[in-house]
Design a protein around this ligand. Sequence first.
Ligand code: ZN
Length: 327
Amino acid sequence: MKTECSAKTEPMTTDLRHEIGLGGRAPTAAEPHPAERPDTGHLIRGHARVGEWDVTILTDGFFYLDGGAMFGVIPKPLWEKRSPADASNRVLLGTNTVVLRDGKQTIVIETGIGDKLTAKQRELFAAKSLLPSAFAEAGIALDSVDIVINSHLHFDHSGWNTRRDASGQLVATFPRARYFAQRGEIADSRLQRERDGVSYMADNYEPLVATGQMTLLDGAAEITPGIRVELFPGHTPQLQGIHIESHGQHACYISDLIPTTAHLDPVWGMGYDLDPLRVIEERKRFLARAIAENWLVLFTHDHHTPFARLAWNDRGRPIVRMHEPSA
Ligand SMILES: [Zn+2]
């Protein structure tokens, strides 16, 4: 496949920022990624219980990002043991959406990549746009969702907030839902900075802000009893984790502060993080509580381990204590 790869070299016509900032090289081969397993194609990634809350993990499909960008200053010989790369140096990542149900409310955390990318972007990320199929497979109607929470507004976390209807109009994918995001995320997205502007796609949230369907939060907040958000800055200044608490049990969707189980070490940050030093401090703060209080930690981009409980090993490093059985 290497010959085909070099034969495909073309004049660079795409926005260079997309190439270097997010995607790496486009897929060149139909070979399975080295991280693929027999269950990699499943749309329902896991199931858990947190007190009254039934927790279902759905996916918009796995996608790829450059392994170097995902592991920042960590050398490849170290990170590829945890996260194998393909011939284009891309690692396999999940797009995990969490659905919480207690019999009264249905709450969605994060909405994947969506289906509004350009053809070139779709190719770069190998985006699959499977989240509505995952909802259908789980038997959860899109119009049954009461609340949608975005940890931040990067394109791979808010993509299915909206979709285009038959006439091409942008509409809410979850028509009855109230959406929640941080006001500072909207403000930063509108700056369209050279460093991170490419990560924001206004179609995912501006229509909801305009109609008032999206409520903008200023820091920590309770969304509904048992569900609250807390800022964990570093990846973006307003990244929020989502706490789920019921009957003495505690889960937390920590989003891109710790995107996968390969990123538990505080210094294993991402090249994408806007404030790497703050990421280290916030990870330490999070891990101290999550391990001491035995939280169920929900990972945004870990396709094969969407949640786990953590522990300190005998060298004082954070590890997965056990993989929760998924039913
Ligand atoms: Zn992300």
